[in-house]
Design a protein around this ligand. Structure first.
Ligand code: CAA
Length: 283
């Protein structure tokens, strides 16, 4: 199936990154969010990322302008009537995602694929809110999207083989590496990553070592680019808690219980980098 025009829903950190890589690969993109100020903030992030490439001499200034020209702002979801693929990167909330997908199902052309960048919610359940479950698929990008090579491609129970192949092809065109996984809580990435982060928080909670020491052990001892507590701040502590809760509820296994310290930080509004304070403080 041929895909030329894409809508990305959600102009936050993930959505803007996805819109950027799609436009860089030559696709026309609608960057959709509820308010113009959210879209403008997303476009600002993209502009900054591309300007850095130009400053480093890796991209010509007119190429940057051509990429930006392929991205249109949108605050009207009805623009989905013009696209072949929607990639949803709105908030991690089942009720909101189901509502968006039910709406998209009515607006998007019959041939359009509806993908979600959910980090742990069941694709099959999201698909069930549409009348085209065979065209619903998970496309899980990693943060920061322009840098990270992986895209987990998650098949829902009803996802058609043709839809899977189209998304695999597009992912390669975005210069990313697709990895196929099945629809279970946390897929592969967060089923492994989040319990590690949660355990790092328990290690802090139980007084085994300081924040800095825990991160240093994992950075220098395991060659991780960021320590787990730095990474938790980077991802967002609310997102980490939400994913742990999804794993805990989805498997019904207490080995996935979120650390009480993680809950406490989230309740305090210490969400990591985005709120200026998490395990570290940020200017
Ligand atoms: N957006 C775009 N580009 C970025 C960026 C951002 N937010 N942050 C860094 N970069 C680019 C830099 O411009 C730089 O590019 P060049 O090499 O081309 O100059 C490159 O990335 C390296 O950046 P830095 O030298 O500043 O810093 P670094 O070497 O420490 O790398 C990092 C930064 C790539 C983020 C690295 O620390 C890293 O890989 N961290 C781990 C990230 C990770 O694990 N992500 C997955 C999170 S889990 C997830 O996303 C899934 C989920 O569902 C929760």
């Amino acid at each position: 199936m041929s895909v030329e025009k894409i809508m990305v829903i959600g102009a936050g950190q993930m959505g803007s990154g996805i819109a950027q890589v799609c436009a860089m690969a030559g696709y026309s993109v609608y960057l959709q969010d509820l308010k113009q100020e959210f879209v403008d903030r997303g476009l600002g992030i993209i502009n900054k990322n591309l300007s850095r490439q130009v400053e480093k001499g890796r991209m010509a200034a007119d190429e940057k302008e051509a990429i930006l020209a392929r991205i249109s702002s949108s605050t009207d979801i009805n623009n989905a009537s013009e696209v072949d693929l929607v990639i949803e990167a709105a908030v991690e909330n089942m009720e909101i995602k189901s509502k968006i997908f039910a709406e998209l199902d009515k607006i998007a052309p019959a041939h359009a694929i509806l993908a979600t960048n959910t980090s742990s919610l069941p694709i099959t359940e999201i698909a069930a809110s549409t009348n085209r479950p065979e065209k619903v698929i998970g496309m899980h990008f990693m943060n920061p999207v322009p840098v990270m090579k992986l895209v987990e491609i998650i098949r829902g129970l009803a996802t058609a083989d043709e839809v899977y192949s189209t998304i695999e092809e597009i992912t390669k065109k975005l210069d990313k590496v697709p990895v196929e996984v099945n629809d279970f809580p946390g897929f592969v990435s967060n089923r492994i990553l989040m319990p590690m982060i949660n355990e790092a928080i328990y290690t802090l909670y139980e007084g085994v070592a300081s924040v800095e020491a825990i991160d240093e052990v994992m950075k220098l001892g395991m060659n991780h680019p960021m320590g787990p507590l730095t990474l938790a701040d980077f991802i967002g502590l609310d997102t980490c808690l939400y994913i742990m809760e999804t794993l805990h509820e989805g498997f019904g296994d207490d080995k996935y219980r979120p650390c009480p310290l993680l809950r406490k930080y989230v309740k305090a509004g210490w969400l990591g980098r985005k709120s200026g304070r998490g395990f570290y403080t940020y200017a």
